[in-house]
Design a protein around this ligand. Structure first.
Ligand code: HEC
Length: 199
């Protein structure tokens, strides 16, 4: 029996089927896994307005090696409550502060910060009037402390209002303390200078 005869018809069919399968699998091969739609670092991209695939960092991102102003996140320096704003107060700070104050504080303290918010009647002691002479003389760090840690029945807001936003709320409270009719028209320099109290 020679080798040729060893290939029986059954074997031929089997080899043929195997070759066919290989062919089918090879046809399915492509480069689309290798050349997928990922972007290489710094590659241009039409997806974003600035044409760059590299996205800018979020504001307030801090590198590990960068030191942070402790007053910004704690309202204190060397254990003492600060009496100056650790941020630069500008028009945007005020509008953001107004927005956040309206969301988080108005229900209890009222839009005019006089402590007469819609649910204030349910509290004892009542939500504080934030525009009294005593409150005007409180340093900004005091407000930061109360927003961060709460006071009495008032819940701490540290998990909901970011540190920079707490300062924005405080800037807006200062604006109300200075001019409760037109808080957004108070010059930002005057608010910036009111860290130790409103004279
Ligand atoms: C759920 C109601 C409620 C909300 C919302 C609320 N507060 Fe208060 N707040 C109170 C109550 C009640 C007190 C009085 C606590 C006490 O004297 O025991 C208080 C006290 C304060 C004081 C303390 C005044 C002082 O020196 O005695 C400040 C400052 C203050 N709130 C600011 C804020 C700010 C800013 C917000 C928004 C981020 C806010 N509160 C949201 C209920 C609230």
């Amino acid at each position: 029996m020679n080798r040729r005869n060893a290939r029986s018809p059954a074997k031929r069919i089997r080899y043929g089927f195997l070759a066919f399968c290989c062919l089918v699998l090879l046809v399915a091969c492509g480069n689309n896994m290798r050349d997928d739609s990922r972007l290489k670092p710094y590659e241009a991209s039409p997806v974003f307005g600035d044409g760059s695939s590299a996205r800018p960092l979020d504001p307030n991102v801090v590198a590990r090696s960068q030191s942070v102003d402790v007053a910004l996140t704690s309202g204190k320096r060397e254990g003492a409550i600060v009496s100056s704003f650790p941020i630069t107060v500008d028009g945007d700070t005020l509008t953001r502060g107004q927005n956040l104050y309206t969301i988080y504080c108005v229900p209890c303290h009222g839009a005019a910060a006089d402590g007469k918010g819609i649910v204030s009647g349910y509290f004892n002691p009542k939500p504080a009037n934030l525009v009294t002479d005593t409150m005007k003389l409180q340093p900004v760090g005091h407000f930061f402390d109360v927003i961060t840690n709460g006071k009495g029945a008032m819940f701490p807001y540290s998990s909901r209002v970011a540190p920079v936003d707490r300062w924005a709320v405080i800037a807006y409270i200062r604006a109300l303390q200075i001019n409760k009719e037109k808080p957004l028209e108070v010059p930002v320099d005057q608010i910036q200078a009111s860290g130790g109290g409103v004279k």
